[in-house]
Design a protein around this ligand. Sequence first.
Ligand SMILES: *Cc1c(COP(=O)(O)O)cnc(C)c1O
Length: 456
Amino acid sequence: MNKAQLVSSDRKHIWHPFTQMRDWQEEEFPVIEKGAGCYLIDVDGRRYLDGVSSLWCNVFGHRVPAIDKAVKRQLGKIAHTTFLGLSHPAAIELSEKLIAIAPKPSPGSGDRPLTRVFYSDSGSESVEIALKMAYQYWQQRGQPKKKKFVKLTNAYHGDTIGSVSVGGIDLFHQIYRPLLFETLEVPSPYRYRWPASDDAEQVKQESLEMMEKVLRENAEEVAALVMEPLMQGAAGMIDQPAGYISRARELTRKYNTLLIFDEVATGFGRTGKLFAAEHEGVIPDIMTVAKGLTGGYLPLAATLTTERVYEAFLGQYEDFKTFFHGHTYTANPLACAAALATLELFKKDRTIEKLQPKIALLRKRLQDFYKLDAVGDIRQAGTMIGIELVRDKRTRAEFAPKEKIGVRVIELARKKGAILRPLGPVIVLMPPLAMTEKELNRLLDIAYESIKEGTE
Ligand SMILES: *Cc1c(COP(=O)(O)O)cnc(C)c1O
């Protein structure tokens, strides 16, 4: 098929995710055929910088020789075998490596190490698993009243019904409310739009006081607090002040509830450390990972937990304490092979170490963006960046939805040679960790010019 045939066939048969399909019928869209390093190449041969890591998952760029080779090697053995009642070497080796690199408790902290890996296929599913695990844990530990989950406003944990229940983005979640289980909500520390003040320390204190109040008043009934540590991604990159996640750990311990960290977006180096939890030496009871796990190659996710949680599921066969969860493609061997190669590359290439000057470069250059009238706030954790656009900088008034300000900006960026994807009025930059400084500079130039032209 040529380009025109591909486009018309797509418009006729496909329903795209998170997409208003009426607009899709008129809008131009690239048809990506190939990748090379941090570039995506469409069927016309046009090259675009992959400015959001193919939706936050790509780590080392595309066509990475070591990962290509690992997948091919596994393909020469077997593409898939079930993980129900059978095992396979790639998944076994990967579990050992994941446990080895998982955040470690600091001595005397009282935190327990993460020692068990439960595989799944997507970030959403890894969260479903975390929720079911936490719930069943208390049921089987003789505290059946502990059934509720505490979540943060603006949270995003995936789009299946369970993960939406602990989500807090009304735009995506409101319509499904009647289908969801009830949760308790605490405000996320969104400094830029905090009602009383935008002083980081005050926002932190007030939001943590509210968290404590909810945990204290519902201690008997709360199974777990679930949160994205350090940075709420899909919310529009809402960063948490230093000390926030350690306090969340203290509070969950004090009120005897589990802490679930959703590291689906923040994991694998995105925040400048391998896991966001490491920034404050905090170990959750359950941690979910996905996106970057396979370097952005194949769908694979994992839910890590402690021996204590795991042991609550042990019993006689006929006690039925089993964790009844597992999908057809759980722990797919090709995906596990890609993940093994990814972890190997992190070590061999000293990825985290080499990332630090790039994070500094981004931080420095992003300051310039405040010169633009429409740039209200810039939030960054490592290579996760959100640039919030406002109609009026002084009042922080927002653009009207129908102005489609984010979409306007990313369409300009595409013409200039970079693929971006906005979150409402927030322009997201999330380059692959391997993007070179030269490419980062180009990405920043394109983003700057596109925001300038798009908001003039
Ligand atoms: C993307 C994301 C998910 C969902 O992952 P999928 O693989 O898209 O299902 C869950 N949690 C967070 C924090 C995410 O960013």
